[in-house]
Design a protein around this ligand. Sequence first.
Ligand code: PAF
Length: 279
Amino acid sequence: MKNFAKKDELQQYLAKLRADGAVITFVPTLGALHQGHLSLIQQAQQLGNVVVCSIFVNPTQFNDPKDLEKYPRPIQDDIRKLEQVNCDVLFNPDVPEMYANNEKWHLDIGELESLLEGKFRPGHYQGVTQVVYKLFDIVKPDIALFGQKDYQQVLVIQKMVDLLKLPVKLVMCPIVREPDGLAMSSRNVHLSTDDRKRALILSKTLNRIKQQFTPDRIGQLQQEAIVAINNEPGVTLAYFEIADGETLHPANKNTKKFAALVAATVGKTRLIDNVIISD
Ligand code: PAF
């Protein structure tokens, strides 16, 4: 695997491959890679000739400095995992390589910025669009792959791609789960043994809602889900919403694509999860 820390060197390398007709696929990450990320790399391998993975803990998307500080950064482990799945290129820049001092960024992504995750993490999606825009500009991928676990993030990035007419196709890949249903996340390492068991209430509740869903029961099912999660000791619910899967507005009977999304703090760890109920 080629490993670049400097954007100019990466760009020169990719320009040659592109000139030879390579289709470049891209998996941007914050590192602390798990099977979910590796499955994105594997899907990227099916879609193109050269897979680029970036590992960059982007400071502008962390609204809580403590969260940024404690974000896991096992870079040697990550490199080993990428090599095991035959990733072609790693881009692993430091902060000065990505940001000049006091850079300003604002993109009007409408209500997606303030709904659900946006409400609880002000500025988060501005930081995400800022860094993904930069990464797309450096890598110039034909296809970029993102995990469904950050469902709202995929909608936000698609909105940016549409608004700025960026020449990249986005692919959303299914959530990868532990055998007991917990959505894989870099944050799971912070869960104590007890919290790990308690966290299962999120995927279990989402599953139940999906199984029992009918459009005339939205309010009732949502209420039942909120009660079930609130009843789990050590779990503090931020939101549970049955939403329109395209706008993330609360769903109603006329909604076409339904998704249920949840965020909760388990012990001290904030987790998100979701399920697409119908396409
Ligand atoms: O989902 C993530 O890992 C990050 O938000 C991303 C897309 C790599 C941007 O920093």
